[in-house]
Design a protein around this ligand. Structure first.
Ligand code: FES
Length: 120
């Protein structure tokens, strides 16, 4: 990685990819609905888009871990799975607000640690 690539990575705006695909968010598969409307509204209400990208995606791959979210930051990628609570999504909103206030190196909260996984 050259210096320009490294500088770009260090300034990389974080991105949250919230899966709302064939399994994630499908209540008929016993997964909670993904609150996409609420998330987008909160992103707008708190002007988070300039600090953290929010993307609602189709299947990210590891469906067995539904509901899945992938957080990409300059520190790397963090897979979160088994999201089954509005509180988890709210925690992502809170984290994005932390990034807006404290910068792109604001860490994900430890309350999400139990959801972390590494895809096979
Ligand atoms: S539908 Fe979310 S990982 Fe496949």
């Amino acid at each position: 990685m050259d210096t320009l690539q490294l500088q770009g990575r260090l300034r990389m705006k974080p991105t949250i990819n919230v899966c709302d695909g064939c399994c994630c968010g499908r209540v008929n598969k016993s997964n909670m609905a993904v609150p996409t409307t609420e998330l987008k509204a909160l992103w707008n209400e708190h002007n988070l888009a300039q600090h953290v990208n929010l993307r609602v995606t189709s299947c990210l791959g590891p469906c067995s871990r539904a509901n899945v979210t992938l957080v990409s930051t300059s520190e790397g990628r963090t897979w979160l799975g088994g999201i089954a609570s509005e509180d988890h999504y709210q925690t992502l909103v809170d984290w994005a607000q932390g990034v807006a206030e404290q910068g792109i190196h604001h860490p994900l909260p430890s309350s999400l640690d139990s959801l972390r996984f590494t895809p096979a």
